[in-house]
Design a protein around this ligand. Structure first.
Ligand code: NAP
Ligand code: 3JN
Length: 346
């Protein structure tokens, strides 16, 4: 992108799975940067990361790190955001936060540019990036919501291990190798690093992402429910979710059942999806064309297929939605928001 003004940008969590993709996108998209600050915990301070032909030194993130920073992209977990975002805002930075820390705060816009880009301008220093599983679902459902109305969504997710961070990728690869060599999988991290019980992810499907809440749903499932209502601006939208971790490295897949408020023609629905921003329709059963995590990995779009009318409810559709969880699900959605900010402040 091109813009006359250049920005002082900070990436918090620069050494993480999401931070790595943010830095790569800032470089690839020629984001107008004056100075880039790469921040992490003390553990990674001093490491170098290449950016535009230079080796940038990673620094420990502290409240003072944000002096002079204009745009700060946070992906170092909710606790870090809760602690440091207020300091960044105080220093005048616009914060794009990839964590759940501010998503449900009524004063913080929760933004997916294809769905509610207009909300960006309502920010008071913080713009929240939704959860990855929410983002790809609302990108695919927004055109249907606008044309037909939606009363109910039932979603089951098949989530890649990269959603749980760089260490979870290592865990899947290590366990897979061990099992193939006839050894024990030895789970150390998943499903939730901070809980005592661990389950193997290699050759498995774990129906738990994040901790359980009191109502029996996990936090990941509750994020999908509440964030979808907030982004669509519709508290009456009925959403239920089951989130499952599967042994895939990149790309979340979702089976979605959606009840519309008015009659539809399936071919019209497909045309609508094919023309919508950020969506690639891959739907041709005759040639076995449908979205696959392996194909979505590394791409910025949300892929939709297996679109079909429900057999019991003529006003309901079933579909399959796939996207790269670290890109549209996190880094790309955040950089997209940063690009809108940069364009608004030429
Ligand atoms: P990750 O691979 O484990 O990386 C964590 C990053 O946070 C590392 O750069 C780490 O730095 C940094 N960090 C940890 N503690 C810190 C501290 N006290 N101060 C400063 N930096 C600290 O995790 P990830 O997958 O990149 O995810 C990071 C966060 O992004 C998640 O916790 C989540 O909140 C958010 N996220 C959002 C989505 C989404 O759906 N939008 C998806 C994935 C993740 P060190 O190298 O020093 O440890
Ligand atoms: O597990 C996944 O596939 C997505 C994980 C997202 C995540 C991981 C740790 C903390 C989040 C998130 O974005 O909701 C958080 C968090 O910020 O709460």
């Amino acid at each position: 992108m091109s813009s006359q003004k250049r920005f002082n940008v900070a990436v918090v969590g620069a050494t993480g799975a999401v931070g790595e993709q943010i830095i790569r996108l800032l470089e690839e998209r020629s984001f107008p940067i004056q100075e880039l600050k790469l921040l992490s915990s003390a553990r990674s301070a001093g490491k170098t990361i290449p950016f535009r032909g230079q080796d940038l030194i990673v620094q420990e993130a502290t409240p003072d790190s944000f002096r002079g920073v204009e745009i700060a992209l946070f992906s170092a977990g909710g606790d870090v955001s809760r602690r440091l975002v207020p300091h960044a805002v105080e220093h005048g930075a616009i914060c794009i936060d990839n964590t759940s820390a501010f998503r449900m705060d009524p004063e913080t816009p929760l933004v997916v540019p294809e769905v509610n880009v207009d909300k960006i301008n309502e920010h008071r220093g913080v713009i929240a990036n939704p959860n990855c599983s929410t983002i790809q679902m609302v990108v695919a459902l927004k055109p249907l919501y606008d044309r037909y109305g939606i009363s109910r969504i039932i979603v089951s997710t098949y989530q890649a291990v990269s959603g749980a961070g760089a260490m979870a990728i290592d865990e899947l690869l290590r366990q897979s190798k061990a099992v193939l060599e006839g050894e024990e999988a030895k789970p150390e991290l998943l499903p939730v690093g901070s809980l005592p019980v661990k389950h193997p992810i290699a050759f498995n499907a774990i129906p738990q992402i994040d901790k359980f809440t009191e109502n029996g749903f996990t936090y990941e499932e509750m994020k999908m429910i509440l964030e979808t209502q907030k982004i669509m601006g519709d508290d009456s939208l009925e959403v239920t979710a089951t989130c499952v971790r599967i042994p895939v490295v990149y790309g979340h897949s979702e089976s979605v059942y959606v009840e519309l408020k008015s009659d539809f023609d399936v071919e019209d629905v497909k045309r609508l999806l094919a023309e919508a921003p950020g969506i690639v329709l891959q739907d041709d059963p005759a040639s076995q064309l449908y979205p696959l995590a392996t194909e979505a990995a590394g791409k910025l779009e949300t892929f939709v297929g297996r679109v079909r009318r429900d057999l019991n409810n003529p006003r309901a559709l079933n579909m399959w939605i796939v996207s790269d969880n670290l890109l549209k699900g996190a880094a790309w959605n955040a950089v997209q928001i940063a690009e809108y900010i940069a364009i608004e402040q030429p």
